[in-house]
Design a binder for this molecule. Sequence first.
Ligand code: DC
Length: 221
Amino acid sequence: YKRQERQYAVAIDGPSGAGKSTLARAAAEALHILYVDTGAIYRTIGVYMYRHDIAPTDAPAVTASLPEITVALRYDEEGLQRMYLNGEDVTKEIRLPMISKYASDVSAIPEVRAFLMELQRSLAREHSVIMDGRDIGTVVLPDAEVKTRARRRFLELEQRGTPKPFDEVLRDMEQRDYNDTHRAAAPLRPADDAIMIDNTDMDFAASLELLLDGIRGRVAS
Ligand code: DC
């Protein structure tokens, strides 16, 4: 006899460089639930604009191109999330340094956010998830059982391998975070009922424990 597992959702929102993805991935593994990186979904839209030479800040042009786009998310044998743009695997390309700016710019467009909503919600309907992003606890999954908010901790940059100097990469990242926090459409802000995962002075293991304790404390077992 196997008891049916109760489904639940964990939202983890925070700026880039907070170590969200590493933490969320490890938590998902410990809890045997699905890890969803929603930034990768915005990055996939960014790749389309980049390839088609559409300025990511040109809201009418970006919006007009959306009917041409199909975004899909799949998990490979190793459980890694892969992104597909019109059927093509773009998992590698979404990490190219210039795509970060494209993703941040297109993510400020309300039509883009609306376009990607159902994909994100359907994953949470079908599975227990830990979803990492900016507006998961506020907009995408307002009923998530657990909402956490990560602080920037690791100043380890997301764009290793770029020829740009450290200062410049850091400045670009901070500019994107500023834009993601101050835009009108679903800005990054803590949900009122979010648990703060303040991992400023913690190492990875302690941060993970804090996150898992927060989740276990809220999800009745
Ligand atoms: O997490 P990331 O840096 O890969 O995300 C890329 C961009 O996508 C980020 O600058 C803001 C945007 N984003 C968003 O607006 N909402 C989300 N839930 C996730 C990402």
